[in-house]
Ligand binder design. Structure first.
Ligand code: TMP
Ligand code: ASP
Length: 239
């Protein structure tokens, strides 16, 4: 598979064309940003971990019947994926209160919800990814009603699979962000990444943060936390 010109560079990944018009190569960087790019840094080795973790979780999700863009891991940092056009919605599922939820509603972090919540943000850096509901998404023509229903169904299914898997690893899946894309025939598939950059992952016993909040909040031990969460995944991913 030949890596051709770059089509996109995001905060944490680059995307390249290939000699197959329906396939792209994603290349994961060690760059980290927070607060819509205001805070910048590097997390050594993050690109390798995020690539390998995303792929392990996407394989697991495919097995559970959730379609994804994943095709094949090519190297430590590179993965072959199906070409999609990204639906400009950040889909956030929460099992416990944390982050912007805790701040917005004035509650402490760590409250366990009776049922998971779902929320959408409009993926738009200039506007700071504003929160919106499905009516707003329809009004802005970001997705059709049918697509939104599919996305919601897949997002909750992803939560069921990942919550159970992380629990086997002694980790609480607090919340996470997903992105979906459309294949050229319009089929909705899970895209982007699922990594410590996009999930809150707490040690079950100590509630130690094993995710990007260590970088966002200057807690230290960022690289060690990424290494630890990857180690736990690998220890439980043998099937
Ligand atoms: P939040 O509590 O800041 O809204 O974040 C919810 C989840 O979404 C958390 O697991 C981190 C993830 N997230 C991203 O992946 N990208 C983002 O730009 C933001 C703000 C959050
Ligand atoms: N993607 C966000 C940004 O750079 C970072 C975050 O995960 O909080 O703004």
């Amino acid at each position: 598979m030949q890596k051709l010109e770059q089509v996109y560079e995001g905060k944490a990944k680059k995307v390249f064309k290939t000699d197959d018009p329906e396939l792209y190569i994603v290349d994961y960087k060690d760059d980290a940003t927070a607060f819509n790019g205001l805070k910048k840094g590097t997390i050594a080795g993050k690109g390798v971990i995020n690539n390998q973790m995303t792929n392990a979780l996407m394989r697991r999700l495919e097995k559970a019947g959730i379609p994804t863009h994943f095709v094949k891991e090519l190297s430590e940092r590179e993965t072959l994926v199906k070409k999609v056009s990204i639906v400009p919605l950040e889909v956030i599922i929460r099992n416990l209160s944390a982050g912007s939820f805790a701040k917005r509603y004035g509650v402490e972090e760590g409250i366990v919800f009776d049922a998971p919540t779902i929320e959408f943000s409009y993926k738009n850096d200039e506007l700071g990814d504003p929160l919106l509901n499905s009516y707003h998404a329809l009004a802005l023509k970001l997705a059709t009603a049918e697509e939104i229903d599919t996305i919601k169904k897949y997002a909750f299914a992803v939560n069921d699979v990942l919550k159970a898997f992380w629990s086997e690893c002694g980790v609480i899946l607090v919340d996470f962000k997903l992105e979906f894309g459309r294949l050229s025939d319009g089929t909705i598939v899970l895209a982007d990444e699922i990594s410590p950059d996009t999930c809150r992952l707490w040690d079950e016993k100590t509630h130690e943060k094993l995710d990007k909040d260590r970088f966002r909040r200057d807690l230290g031990g960022v690289e060690d936390a990424y290494a630890e969460i990857m180690k736990r995944l690998l220890a439980h991913d043998a099937d």
